[in-house]
Ligand binder design. Sequence first.
Ligand SMILES: Cc1cc2nc3c(=O)[nH]c(=O)nc-3n(C[C@H](O)[C@H](O)[C@H](O)COP(=O)(O)OP(=O)(O)OC[C@H]3O[C@@H](n4cnc5c(N)ncnc54)[C@H](O)[C@@H]3O)c2cc1C
Length: 293
Amino acid sequence: MTDAPRLAPLPTASAAPAGRPARPPQPQRVLRVKRTEAIAPHLVRVVAEGDAIDTIPESTQTDRYAKMLFAPAGSGLVPPYDLAELRERLQPSELPTQRTYTLRKIDREAGEVWIDFVVHGDTGVAGPWASAAQPGDAVVLSGIGGGYEPDPSAAFQVLAGDESAIPAIASALESMPADTRGHVVIEVDGDADHLALTAPAGVAIDWVHRDGAPAGTSTVLTAALRALDVPPAGTQAFVHGERETMKALRPLLLDAWGIPRAQLSLSAYWAYGRAEDAFQAEKRSPVGKIFAD
Ligand SMILES: Cc1cc2nc3c(=O)[nH]c(=O)nc-3n(C[C@H](O)[C@H](O)[C@H](O)COP(=O)(O)OP(=O)(O)OC[C@H]3O[C@@H](n4cnc5c(N)ncnc54)[C@H](O)[C@@H]3O)c2cc1C
């Protein structure tokens, strides 16, 4: 599902690749950082507040995400950004940068949105921003989408991924009926990165460790899933993380386990050695595709 522009659309248009029509402008919801919490050594939760939360459409999808916009530090740009106008007068490096993040929780009563950021060192835009975020900082949510909701009639649930997928996996587990059976496998660096996830009693949770290997270079997630028993017919799976790992898991999930495409949510959330701009652009070339078709 994509976001219908329910706020007054700004006079912006996404830059479209050659030959493609420009996407309609996306509404920008401007929130403010309320507080941050280090929920694990490599995960920072940014809790945002603001009236614009009320305009986020209700949904039962548990992997809802936003295209977040980050203005360069010290740029003085004030959101919402008129991207079309800014593109006319600024260099690309002076424009807000777009990054994709799961909306871990939308708590309308408390007036909060939680977004959990992987802290992956000094590189990038969003990770370092989250590490340094202060109350009052702007949190700009642009296009909101999603594509998965747990099927309560599924015989079994498999959920797997690295730290970047923990927010979506945690949301999915919280929404599952109490009698759900399943298996979760999550790749993190080590013991200190384990989180206390709320899940139905019949869902086993395994944490597998890179033990100091850089994220995106380890095969522990693939090995752990290959070592599982073949899940029963009627299994639904949600598997997301680094691109090459997702490619390596495709034949296991589709062919060896026989999970139909309609019951399989498998995609890359990031790619080793690629900033998100390059990662997104590569989705149009063979290296960026998880499925051939
Ligand atoms: C639908 C969707 C939902 C997502 N939800 C979340 C989420 O809830 N939380 C979250 O943290 N991420 C999430 N991601 C992944 C996130 O968008 C990327 O990790 C993004 O590249 C981070 O931006 P950045 O500015 O920090 O780093 P970038 O500038 O994009 O990249 C800089 C460098 O850091 C590396 N890098 C990027 N991400 C990681 C990582 N996770 N671990 C190690 N190295 C990395 C890149 O390979 C590159 O070398 C999601 C992605 C998608 C598509």
